[in-house]
Design a protein around this ligand. Structure first.
Ligand code: SAH
Ligand code: SF4
Length: 345
């Protein structure tokens, strides 16, 4: 596993740390507030243009406290309006971030952000984990994705569903989202964290307030199959995951969405749907069915649309709220599970 960069950049600092750094560079604490406001509210990404700061300070900041540490290595625009950014970070890892405009253009866009460079969980149907984990993203690298995404177009929502397992980098994630929430003004209700649901880490996430929306990737009602589909959680039963979800609801009052990637011939039988409904009966939760988006390593397995509808109907007939998410961004390999870690040489 690679280690994260040690030299903190502007976006790695919270307000207090930022104030201390500005003072150390010969500025005043209130200059830090001005700079943060320019960056997070106005989207200015260059200290030199912040004329409210003294010229000498601007120069020292530009030299010693970079705002963005990444480089845009690639940009792919699909005909459905989604834009996939490939961002290279210090140390040679690159992750993907996807900007998905609402179908109603005036409603802003959803940004899909990455939480780790690579992923150690190893779900066989997902491209993100094929190279394992390289390293956790820093607080600043998570925030930087939001700044770059907002530069493409206004954000109305965000999902932490890019590369990585958010709860394995929960401290950096929570502190990054704190800035996104309070300084970039994207409210916690508009941010969804998607996780495989490690129970102890879910409790950690529940303890941070205000609460984000939560999606748990369940994928099957059967223990033995989940051990295979979510290898890093082998040994944790489906019931244990659901109980952790119940605790989340009790503590936060936020209903959970259980995500279920439908893999043709694997977990998409109507029997699976019935057993899933049994598991969820009486629980305050809905199901989001995600038809498998093929990855190079596994080209087959996309379920037939009518079969997806039948699966959904079994859930609906049993009183479980269920929706289907046909991913956008597929022409640019930007759909859920198709994002990868790119290691630069
Ligand atoms: N690690 C987290 C978040 C990133 S993955 C998690 O697993 O929840 C985001 C979502 O994409 C998850 O629900 C995941 O199961 C789904 N996904 C992964 N690979 C996919 C694929 N090839 N097709 C469709 N969905 C996929
Ligand atoms: Fe990691 Fe999520 Fe992909 Fe599984 S689905 S390998 S947890 S990113």
């Amino acid at each position: 596993m690679a280690s994260p960069p040690t030299e903190p950049a502007f976006l790695d600092l919270d307000l207090q740390e930022c104030q201390a750094r500005f003072v150390a560079l010969g500025g005043k604490a209130f200059h830090a507030k001005i700079a943060r406001e320019r960056v997070f509210a106005a989207g200015e990404l260059d200290f030199e243009s912040m004329t409210a700061l003294p010229a000498g300070l601007r120069g020292r900041l530009s030299e010693q406290l970079p705002i963005l540490t990444g480089t845009e290595l690639g940009r792919t625009e699909a005909s459905d309006g989604t834009t996939k950014l490939l961002i290279g970070f210090r140390g040679g890892d690159a992750v993907e971030t996807v900007h998905i405009p609402s179908l109603k253009r005036d409603r802003g866009a959803t940004l899909c952000v990455s939480s780790q460079a690579g992923c150690p969980v190893g779900c066989p149907f997902c491209a993100s984990g094929k190279l394992g984990l390289s390293r956790n993203l820093t607080r600043g690298e998570i925030i930087e994705q939001y700044l770059r995404g907002r530069a493409i177009g206004e954000l109305s929502r965000s999902v932490v569903m890019g590369v990585g397992e958010p709860l394995l980098n929960v401290e950096n994630l929570v502190s990054a989202l704190e800035t996104v929430r309070t300084e970039m003004k994207l409210g916690a209700r508009r941010i969804t964290v998607s996780t495989v649901g490690f129970p102890d880490r879910l409790r950690r996430l529940a303890s941070s307030k205000p609460h984000f929306q939560l999606a748990i990737s369940l994928h099957t009602p059967d223990d033995e199959q989940r051990d295979r589909l979510v290898p890093a959680m082998a040994g944790t039963s489906v019931e244990e995951v659901l109980l952790a979800g119940d605790d989340w609801f009790e503590q936060t009052g936020r209903e959970i969405t259980y995500e279920y990637v439908l893999l043709g011939g694997e977990n998409d039988s109507l029997g699976h749907a019935e057993r899933l409904a049994d598991r969820l009966r009486g629980r305050r939760a809905g199901v989001n069915l995600i038809p498998y988006n093929p990855i190079d390593e596994e080209p087959d397995g996309r379920p037939r649309p009518d079969h997806v509808e039948d699966f959904k109907q079994v859930l609906l007939d049993r009183g479980i709220v269920a929706t289907v998410r046909w991913s956008r961004g597929m022409q640019s390999d930007a759909a859920c599970g198709q994002l990868r870690l790119h290691a630069q040489s």
